[in-house]
Design a binder for this molecule. Structure first.
Ligand SMILES: [Zn+2]
Length: 463
């Protein structure tokens, strides 16, 4: 949808709030549409420490946002209510970017959508099973994926100092930078994902990069107000509602001045990620954020922390411009890049002892080349990820964490077998890295693993 009037646009810029008039008057009103779309953003900490809690917002229908699409405001509720909603998202009961929230009991003002304390927020969720909600693109992980980078300049002329051409190279490798978002995703997916840089739009000042000015300052506005101002400015410049022809759109801000501590944040199962300062240059950070757009959750480690699986880009990423690591077996099962090489084992049916030959994702070509070409049975395909069905809440995913190829910068458990525990849905959740189970192998040699699945049921072993 195009903007209905430029007056609405300027009202928003002037007020530093997506709902400026109400913010000025301090009034709260009901949403006209009585619903908004649940949005969940994950922020990556600058220090590489614990991520903050998942940020919950609601995307307003244009009727509730002066005719503008893509305006997303904080959900204002008690910690208990917010945690209930986070729990539903983490357990896969709510799909952010898609499912809706009934707001008939809520009020909106310049801060966000306020829900009355005590309201059972689970009862307010409206499931939305449509594949394509309006023109919104949900997570797509395969095929040609169009991406756009937006360089933002604020009202005080604050912008990343780099030229658009340099930024295009850093993110998409359109010049000399070999380690970038495009090369990383394409390598990890074994080219099943192809990043298409930009859309040949006349507004692109470098391949895949546009510049916008926002009429508010980065220094004294909230994260949400800034992001809404950028979305509005991009839509005005391009003449269509985001994400438009793009699958993923990245915003680059000069820095963070209010509610900081984040290097970047991204919307889960959606199209947008936002970077501050120099973090847009770091391919590990970019892959982590686009991973959230792909609907991937964080990956916890051996210390029971939510964010310390260093075998996976969804743990702490590399804060540098070096190469990359890919994803852990649970994420590899969730992603659709290795479909012929994903298997499910149910030990209750197939027996508790099994010999399997695994390859790491860095050697997926071992599966794709000779073995498949000459295969006479599916058994000739070496699996890269094995799901162990338990019939209970927790499932396990087993992989060979070969540190080679696109996964060579892997930081933990190199050339060992890793086991990921997932409570709830298939790999969409927090995962837990368990102790490695095999020693290093010669490169280009699949690993034969004899496994007693019963170990996986023995929780006490890992406590
Ligand atoms: Zn994250």
């Amino acid at each position: 949808m195009r903007l209905q009037s430029s007056a609405a646009f300027w009202a928003i810029l002037a007020s530093a709030s997506p709902l400026g008039i109400d913010a000025k008057r301090g009034l709260r009103r009901q949403l006209a549409s009585n619903e908004c779309t649940i949005m969940a953003a994950e922020a990556l900490s600058v220090t590489g420490g614990e991520d903050p809690d998942m940020i919950l917002e609601c995307e307003l229908d244009p009727d509730d946002a002066d005719g503008i699409s893509g305006i997303s405001v904080p959900i204002e509720a008690t910690q208990e209510q917010l945690n209930a909603l986070r729990g539903m998202i983490e357990s896969g009961k709510v799909n952010p970017g898609r499912d809706r929230l009934n707001t008939s009991g809520a009020k909106i003002d310049g801060k966000g959508v306020h829900f009355p304390p005590g309201l059972d927020i689970a009862n307010e969720v409206r499931k939305n099973n449509m594949e394509d909600v309006g023109r919104r693109r949900l997570a797509v992980t395969k095929g040609d994926l169009k991406m756009l980078l937006v360089k933002v300049t604020d009202v005080g002329n604050l912008a990343v100092a780099d030229t658009p051409t340099f930024m295009s190279d850093e993110v998409f490798g359109t010049g000399v930078d070999v380690n970038n978002l495009k090369s990383g995703l394409e390598a990890c997916s074994w080219k099943q994902l192809n990043v298409v840089v930009g859309n040949n739009d006349p507004n692109e000042v470098a391949q895949g990069v546009i510049e916008v000015n926002i009429g508010i300052s980065l220094t004294n506005n909230t994260r949400s107000a800034i992001r809404n101002a950028v979305t509005t400015a991009v839509q005005t410049k391009l003449g269509y509602t985001l994400p438009g022809p793009f699958n993923y759109v990245l915003y680059s801000l000069q820095g963070c001045y209010v509610d900081c501590g984040w290097a970047a944040y991204a919307y889960v199962n959606s199209w947008n990620s936002v970077y501050q300062g120099n973090y847009y240059k770091q391919p590990g950070v970019l892959i982590h954020e686009i991973g959230h757009n792909f609907n991937l959750a964080h990956s916890g480690g051996l210390n029971n922390s939510t964010y310390t699986d260093h075998t996976c880009s969804m743990g702490n990423p590399h804060y540098s411009d070096e190469g990359f690591q890919c994803f852990n077996p649970a994420k590899n099962f969730q992603l659709n890049w290795y479909n012929p090489a994903k298997i499910t084992e149910d030990p209750r049916v197939n027996g508790y002892t099994k010999t399997l030959t695994l390859v790491g994702i860095g050697e997926y070509n071992l599966t794709l080349n000779a073995p498949i070409a000459t295969a006479t049975s599916a058994n000739m395909i070496y699996p890269v990820t094995v799901k162990l069905e338990t019939g209970g809440g927790a499932d396990y995913f087993v992989g060979f964490n070969r540190a080679t190829g696109p996964n060579y910068l892997n930081d933990e458990g190199d050339n060992e077998v890793t086991i990921i525990q997932v409570d709830g849905n298939d790999g969409a959740l927090l995962s837990e890295l368990f102790e490695g189970k095999a020693s290093a192998r010669t490169v280009s040699q699949p690993l034969q693993l004899r496994w007693n699945w019963k170990d996986c049921y023995d929780y006490s072993k890992y406590d």
